[in-house]
Design a protein around this ligand. Structure first.
Ligand SMILES: *[C@@H]1O[C@H](CO)[C@@H](O)[C@H](O)[C@H]1NC(C)=O
Length: 168
């Protein structure tokens, strides 16, 4: 088998759902993802390799896919304006940060301060990017403040449904 073309996300960053989206879009056989999620390997348990096949570009291609699935103008209406739903999204310094910024803030109009820990870091800022009650305590604390109507935290590669907290 020969490789005719390589597609790599900007700065090497792609969430797992975004990889699946690209694989389908460009009709590739599959894609190799270097991610710790779920099956951690390596000395620090923070490295793993996944191979995704064609069942599933970077932020922009994924954004186009989401535009076809969700009613962006309705969500934008919800997140902006005087009666806006205030949200708190914690990307836990994993790969979802650029997606959260681009899609929720730039595209859907959520205020920039709605999204925290959006810079992907090699050590995820020192806490495992596990969006549960042990590690996403800052989300829990933020929600307890009562200011936000919706909060969510993402795991490192954006594959697991985020932990969600509703105050509605
Ligand atoms: C959170 O995830 C970690 C790592 O998987 C686990 O050890 C811990 O028990 C989990 N905490 C909760 C509250 O589920």
């Amino acid at each position: 088998m020969q490789i005719g073309r390589l597609v790599i996300g900007l700065n090497g960053l792609l969430s797992t759902p975004a990889v699946s989206c690209i694989i389908r879009k460009i009709k590739a056989i599959g894609g190799i993802i270097l991610t710790a999620s779920h099956n951690p390997g390596g000395p620090g348990g923070d490295f793993g390799i996944k191979f995704n096949v064609a069942n599933g570009d970077s932020v922009e291609v994924y954004l186009q896919l989401l535009r076809n699935i969700f009613d962006f103008s309705a969500i934008k209406g919800l997140l902006t304006g005087p009666d806006q739903l205030k949200i708190h999204i914690d990307a836990m310094n994993g790969v979802m940060g650029p997606y959260v910024r681009r899609i929720l803030c730039d595209e859907l109009g959520a205020p920039v301060n709605s999204a925290v820990n959006c810079v992907p870091l090699e050590d995820f800022g020192g806490r495992p990017p596990e969006p549960n009650l042990t590690y996403a305590t800052s989300l829990v604390d933020a929600m307890k403040g009562g200011e936000f109507g919706f909060g969510a935290a993402f795991d490192a590669d954006g594959v697991r449904p985020p932990n969600q907290h509703h105050n509605l």
